[in-house]
Design a protein around this ligand. Structure first.
Ligand code: AMP
Length: 407
């Protein structure tokens, strides 16, 4: 008998990432990425549970060709992981923006696809690519159902006073301008793991989850439901990130527009300023990667130190604010590239938060490597945890639950 398999697909603007899971033991059996789609340096990296990693340059001009390559590889007689397309029970697509219509995962229908198109403008880099992937999979695997899992959906439980911006109300009604929040599958996954580590049901917990990667966001979660999160209408708001500015005074943008009209002629230039040229990279002038920043600090680089301190300070402010929002916290979780791998960042964020009952065990924090665990002292009121995120698994679980109906 075939074990239930779920294929998770994540179409970015110029890449397609995938993971095939066997759901019985939630085991990853094949995974990879086609990168730089449409460019001469396009390449396909892949691995399976039985075969070593491989990387080839490939000619792929669009998402359809990338997915064709992936499905062909999964079916390959020698290195493939399935013998028949029908072994895939469901395809789970990661979708960046679900707007106000999608508060949970959905099975793909014609109506769902039409509704999704409405949100192209809310995530112009991601949603059209996600859509292209959905259509491509439908063509290639017409018998297999697809489920959409939204980055924004987990945050749909926020109260209106948290998600509204204090701008004229008609922009909310007409244009749906409000806070949506992102990294939903990651916040959701680590909150479930935190409950398991703390050995308590989610319904009894107040958690702050800190996803620190290239993009970063913080979420306040009460009884398994998000009550606030740091990212907003787009993934630009919130803490200082690799190349994104996070929270700034919006008047800076009109000032720049007025002061440098030739350099910033349109929204693309301004978007690039805020999304690609700011953050750790913009302040340090060096890199968006925290590892390079830390090395530069050791070499005495002043601006690298400033960028590092700004990032940690911005996260500390959100944690402190959400402590108040939640009226106390049981667990603080660090996850994603920086959250999982940089003890220095975790330490700098948590230092001097003992008033809130957040007390880190510096030794444990330093020695925990590549894994899950508690890094607070046993007497810390707030348990500090490092939990590797697993967004793909969360999407696979959601897709399975959506296909078979939630319990
Ligand atoms: P993500 O977006 O979750 O993949 O995170 C990517 C970021 O995590 C990188 O830009 C680095 O700043 C950081 N990162 C990844 N690996 C490490 C590591 N071993 N040590 C410190 N930081 C890391």
């Amino acid at each position: 008998m075939n074990i239930l398999k779920v294929l998770v697909v994540n179409c970015g603007s110029s890449s397609v990432k995938y993971t095939l899971f066997e759901m019985e033991n939630e085991k990853k059996i094949a995974w990879g990425i086609v990168e730089c789609i449409g460019l001469p340096e396009a390449c396909y990296r892949r691995q399976t549970i039985d075969t070593a990693g491989r990387r080839d340059y490939v000619k792929v001009t669009n998402h359809i060709e990338a997915l064709e390559l992936i499905i062909k590889n999964l079916l390959d007689k020698k290195v493939g992981s399935i013998t028949n397309k029908n072994e895939i029970a469901v395809v789970g697509h990661r979708v960046a923006h679900g707007g106000i219509k999608f508060s949970k995962s959905v099975l793909v229908t014609e109506k769902v696809k039409e509704d999704l198109k409405e949100y192209f403008t809310l995530a112009p880099l991601h949603n059209p690519a996600n859509y292209a992937g959905i259509v491509a999979i439908e063509k290639m695997l017409p018998e297999i159902p697809s489920v959409l899992v939204f980055d924004t959906a987990f945050h749909q439980t926020m109260p209106d006073y948290a998600y509204m911006y204090a701008i004229p109300y008609e922009y909310y009604e007409r244009d749906h301008i409000r806070k949506y929040g992102f990294h939903g599958p990651s916040h959701s996954y680590v909150s479930q793991r935190a409950a398991a580590i703390l050995d308590k049901p989610l319904s009894e917990l107040k958690l702050i989850t800190v996803h620190l990667g290239n993009g970063s966001s913080v979420a306040a979660i009460e009884k398994g439901k998000v009550v606030d999160t740091s990212m907003g209408f787009t993934p630009l708001q919130g803490v200082v990130m690799g190349t994104r500015c996070g929270d700034i005074d919006p008047a800076i943008i009109t000032y720049i527009l007025n002061t440098y009209p030739h350099q910033y002629k349109n929204s693309d230039a301004l978007n690039s300023f805020m999304n690609k040229k700011s953050g750790l990279f913009g302040v340090s002038g060096l890199s968006a990667d925290i590892r390079t920043i830390v090395e530069a600090i050791k070499a005495g680089n002043r601006r690298a130190k400033l960028a590092f301190e700004m990032l940690c300070y911005s996260v500390k402010k959100y944690i402190s604010a959400y402590y108040g929002v939640l009226n106390g916290v049981d667990g603080l979780v660090f996850t994603a590239g920086i959250g999982e791998n940089s003890p220095l960042v975790r330490e700098k964020i948590c230092v001097n938060l003992q008033t809130l009952g957040i007390e880190m065990d510096l030794e444990r924090n330093n020695t925990l490597s590549n894994g899950e665990g508690l890094v607070s002292v046993p007497t810390s009121k707030v348990k500090i945890m490092v939990i590797p995120t697993n967004e793909e698994l969360m999407i696979a679980r959601e897709s399975k639950a959506c296909l078979y109906g939630r319990q």
